[in-house]
Design a protein around this ligand. Structure first.
Ligand code: ASP
Length: 405
């Protein structure tokens, strides 16, 4: 495809800014342009399931032996847990330091009934990884089960007869190639989509200043923590573990980051994440097709940090002092909640019930943070996607790949 003179990430950035201006100054007119965002999100959703299925199956099949897959799997999951923990500890330190919840007026509480909080236990989440009906799972878009089935299929392709192995591998590779072509086509419309989505969001949050005023310290704590993670922790890891200049990496994945910011969905951003990591960072399809879909599902550093800060904020607002041990339980359950959260808007808010109930905090506390969640979601989703891309390049480097060349 021909490269345009004005690179796509600048186009998206421009669209983001124009969207903010449009939504702010012409909120009544937003209904005439919001369809652009709807079409873009629908197109992204259209690709996600076949993209994940074909990329994971072809990636795992291409890995060959069981030893390779096991090593890569352990390394990837190890990296994901490690960075999420660092994010949570950053949040914990900040929330204890800033104490945003101390003295908060509880009158701000909102109704939380519609959220369906506490509907699933962690045990159920784990059990549901094994699909009872793969077609139903595909229809519902249950990512972890889809990945589970795809990994199994890719793995056992290597144990079929020579003829079947070749046919199946070629089929899934070609299928994946096709999905990437469609992805590239959809990405061309990203600037229009981002413009529509952002304008709609901004026009809806008319009282942005009012909200920010009352919840300011809490929002700042979350955003400050996310910034530390994105601008210090992850860059240090990129430098030390992959010897990559962080700015170069940021530039390479900027379209994905901006799409994550505007859609608040790691899953919807996945096509762009794969495209940036493969085409700009030059990570092989073998590594990216395994690490990125898995990362979009279980690696959520931003969400993990947010879960911890939000739970501690609620405790502070209710005047409940959490002991060291209880804070460690918050850390652990925040990690579980981030793993269990789906890559869709506001999934993290729903998962917070896991953290709250683990330390006996009132679930109604969610009402406190509801109003500003959508804004924080944009920031944490960008960090989630950033961490996935860092993971892919770090793991590619550790496997001896010559990335960024
Ligand atoms: N929106 C986030 C994501 O897709 C999940 C969350 O709500 O924290 O990564």
């Amino acid at each position: 495809m021909k490269k345009s003179k004005f690179p796509i990430h600048y186009q998206i950035l421009l669209a983001l800014l124009l969207g903010i201006l449009f939504g702010y100054f012409l909120p009544a007119q937003v209904k005439y342009i919001s369809w652009m965002g709807d079409i873009f999100i629908r197109a992204l959703k259209m690709i996600i399931i076949p993209l994940i299925l074909s990329s994971v199956i072809s990636g795992v099949a291409g890995m060959g032996s069981a030893g390779d897959l096991g090593r890569l799997g352990l390394k990837t999951i190890g990296y994901y847990m490690f960075t999420s923990l660092i994010a949570i500890l950053t949040g914990l330190a900040l929330v204890n330091l800033i104490q945003p919840g101390t003295g908060v007026d509880l009158g701000l509480m909102q109704q939380t009934d519609e959220l369906g909080l506490g509907s699933k236990s962690f045990r159920e989440l784990l059990l549901e990884i094994i699909p009872v009906n793969i077609f139903e799972t595909l229809v519902q878009g249950n990512m972890l089960s889809i990945i589970f089935f795809a990994v199994l299929s890719g793995f056992f392709i290597n144990y079929t007869s020579e003829k079947s192995r070749k046919t199946l591998t070629a089929f899934f590779e070609s299928f994946f190639e096709l999905m990437m072509k469609i992805t590239l086509f959809v990405i061309r419309f990203a600037p229009f989509g981002v413009f529509g989505i952002v304008a709609l969001q901004v026009s809806r949050s008319a009282d942005l200043a009012g909200l920010a005023g009352s919840m300011g310290r809490y929002m700042l704590t979350v955003i400050f923590g996310l910034l530390i993670h994105a601008c210090i922790s992850l860059p240090v890891m990129l430098r030390l573990m992959a010897r990559i200049h962080p700015l170069r990496h940021y530039r390479a994945v900027s379209s994905a980051l901006m799409t994550a910011f505007s859609t608040s969905s790691s899953s919807a951003t996945l096509p762009l994440t794969i495209e940036s990591v493969e085409n700009n960072c030059r990570v092989s399809n073998k590594i990216s097709s395994f690490t990125l879909p898995l990362g979009a599902t279980i690696n959520m550093d931003g969400t993990a940090l947010y879960e911890c800060v939000a739970a501690m904020f609620i405790a502070q607002a209710y005047g409940i002092e959490l002991s060291f041990l209880q804070q460690m339980i918050v850390v652990f359950t925040a990690l579980l909640a981030s793993i269990g959260a789906a890559g869709i808007p506001m999934a993290g808010l729903v998962m917070i019930s896991i953290v709250l109930s683990a330390v006996g905090l009132p679930l109604e506390g969610v009402g406190l943070i509801l109003a500003v969640d959508r804004i924080l979601d944009m920031f944490r989703t960008s960090v989630n996607v950033l961490s996935d891309t860092c993971g892919a390049v770090i793991i590619a480097r550790s496997e001896g790949e010559k990335i960024f060349l």
